[in-house]
Design a protein around this ligand. Sequence first.
Ligand code: AHM
Ligand code: MG
Length: 335
Amino acid sequence: MPQITVIEHLLFHQKESPMATGRFTRLLSEMILSGKIINQEVNKAGLVEILGLTGETNIQGEKVRKLDEFANQVLVHRLQRAGVLCALASEENADLIHIPADCPQGDYILIFDPLDGSSNIDANVSIGTIFSIFRRTSACEEPATMADVLQKGAQQVAAGYIIYGSSTMLVYTTGKGVHGFTLDPSVGEFLLSHPDIQIPERGKIYSANEGYRHYWDQPTRKAIDYFKDPDNDSKRVYRSRYIGSLVADFHRNLLYGGVFLYPADTKDSNHPHGKLRLMCEANPLAMVVEQAGGMATDGINRILDIQPTELHQRVPLVIGSKLDVLKVRELLQAG
Ligand code: AHM
Ligand code: MG
């Protein structure tokens, strides 16, 4: 396969993609550079005790930051100054992040989870950066408002993630299929390694935190039991795989086929709608999975059709192979 970088790939497909404007390419370039910088730090995570603990001052006299704070700062700093955004929103920040007055503005909005799954860092488990891109809806003269940001996922113009794993990959879509690029550390470029990813129509894997079974409602328990039942109508017992790092669980199921579920539970009073966030986790992965031929619902409704009412709203998530997501919906509707 010829070695095609992600930017070359975007430019090659310029004619088909309304997203391949210079401004979008600039936005993606900044995401890529930020991802490479974060990747470098993630790779050093195991050295934290040698190099200095978080909150302490390291040997260069600098404060050592937690990796998720570091990732957030890199993304905010670089993207605020890229000249293509009118606002950003991060899982780590309660409010919208505006563009400084001395920086040029654009009309894109970036919503992201800087380092999803970061509680797994110390165990050397794959983690990732998830991103979602919208265009503002109001006129460009005024500062962007929350109304510009609270758009349905169906309005996303691009979405994807960078996974920091055994290799580092960028997976993204602009609404014309899903493409995966693997970072070649020897040249520092993301090279096309997974063109036009398609998720199998039915998978062999289910992914859910079954430790919470006691806190699920009865229909949810029944839906999960389906995947373990040798007499189910698909006549297959699914494998259980749950890393507890959404990007890693999602990425595996995207490539191998399967369904990931994070339902509502009564374990945590903060989670009557599950734990995952609509805007920075569910929406971008829903766009990716649909573009790959899969589905994403809150159990019943399409994720991309949910009208957000607040930035950090949570949503139950059932995402993956089409027939598996449909089966969960059928079982939940049956009650
Ligand atoms: P985070 O954004 O604070 O890292 O939390 C989200 C993570 C997801 O990566 C993962 O799917 C989920 O939390 C795991 O939660 P649990 O430990 O409740 O199964
Ligand atoms: Mg997260």
